[in-house]
Design a protein around this ligand. Structure first.
Ligand SMILES: [Zn+2]
Length: 124
């Protein structure tokens, strides 16, 4: 098998696994998200470039809408346009991988407390 085919197959397996592991993936099938005038399209129309690349001085077309703060099934976070961020596939993949690797949200609030409500620091 040529290396490129193998790579594509690997990536497909990884994506399938990721979808399986995400309990909220069904939200992305809703018309409000993926419809012709859905939230995803609206965000990409507002910001067609990857915001992470832009901050590094690069212009890359965005292909994916990321949730700045993972919604974890929280409807308000899911649909909040302020929580949407246009990213390229590379950035999206690396963001997801980092969050999966740590299993909690990257980032903290102004007090240095982790933003992730499930972070051990925020569990009482
Ligand atoms: Zn990017």
């Amino acid at each position: 098998m040529p290396a490129e085919v193998q790579e594509i197959k690997l990536r497909r397996d990884r994506d399938a696994l990721r979808r399986q592991r995400s309990p909220h993936r069904k939200l992305y099938d809703l018309a409000i998200w993926r419809g012709r005038d859905g939230l995803r399209q609206q965000q990409l129309a507002r910001q067609p470039l990857c915001e992470r690349c832009l901050s590094q001085g690069k212009t890359t077309p965005a292909t994916t809408v990321n949730h700045r703060k993972p919604h974890k099934g929280n409807w308000s976070l899911f649909i909040d346009p302020a929580n949407h961020e246009s990213v390229c596939k590379d950035h999206h993949d690396s963001l997801i991988q980092r969050e999966e690797a740590r299993d909690h949200v990257i980032g903290s609030d102004g007090n240095g407390m982790p933003l992730d409500p499930d972070h051990p620091w925020n569990r009482r």
